[in-house]
Design a protein around this ligand. Structure first.
Ligand code: DX5
Ligand code: ZN
Length: 216
């Protein structure tokens, strides 16, 4: 099955976000990936629920919010109200992972967990049935345009195996350094959703990548 492509808005022109969202939608993107950074879990600060809410009426795309924020539990309701479809929280900063995932699902959203490059996927052993998505970070979070960390490839395969064993529909999303050179190995390892920021928004022929990824 073709992978889903989720362009990361982080590399878009922030002075015209609505047009940038429309541009990737017209070029066949399945999801729009929203990188939410708080200046605490990661040094950068990006956008919050106010901006997400204002974009919601302008796209049919599935909104995939990646929370790179400390104490993510505090923000779940606000992002649900803003209209995101999937909320992914970083496992490194959740005190009560099971509770947080159930809260996201109780609000009618899909729930995801993100793992930093050094974080083992074995942490997910008892929550797999709650996960609609596992986000394998293939760069250290905080900025676009970084190089792919190949050591995460076995983690993608491990996740694929855990999902297969359990017969779950959980998606495996890979985020960071995804481009023409790295996509094949990522898909081969088991990714079902590719996030790409700089490769799509910063390259002249970046929009073509959306359909190219789907043909791999
Ligand atoms: C990094 C973000 C990514 C980022 C990816 O912290 O989570 O979504 O936008 O950017 P590229 O595709 O440029 O590596
Ligand atoms: Zn992201």
């Amino acid at each position: 099955m073709a992978v889903k492509v989720a362009p990361s808005l982080l590399s878009a022109d922030f002075s015209r976000l609505r047009d940038e969202v429309k541009r990737v939608e017209e070029n066949g993107a399945d999801w729009i990936h929203l990188d939410i950074m708080d200046g605490h879990f990661v040094p950068s600060i990006t956008i919050g629920p106010v901006v997400v809410k204002s974009l919601r009426p302008h796209t049919e795309m599935f909104m995939d919010a990646h929370l790179m924020v400390s104490e993510p539990e505090k923000h779940i309701e606000e992002f649900a109200k803003a209209g995101v479809n999937l909320l992914t929280i970083q496992v490194e900063v959740v005190d009560h992972l099971d509770r947080a995932l159930r809260k996201i699902k109780d609000l009618g959203l899909k729930a995801g967990v993100a793992l930093n490059p050094a974080t083992p996927a074995s942490l997910l052993e008892y929550v797999w049935p709650l996960l609609d998505l596992v986000l394998v970070m293939s760069v250290n979070p905080g900025a676009g345009g970084q190089a792919f960390i190949p050591e995460v490839l076995p983690k993608i395969s491990y996740c694929a195996e855990q999902i297969r064993i359990r017969g779950l529909p959980t998606e495996i999303e890979v985020d960071g350094g995804v481009n023409r050179e790295t996509a094949h190995a990522i898909i081969k390892a088991g990714a079902t959703v590719l996030v790409a920021g700089s490769a799509i928004f910063s390259a002249e022929d970046g929009m073509q990548l959306i359909s190219e990824f789907k043909k791999i």
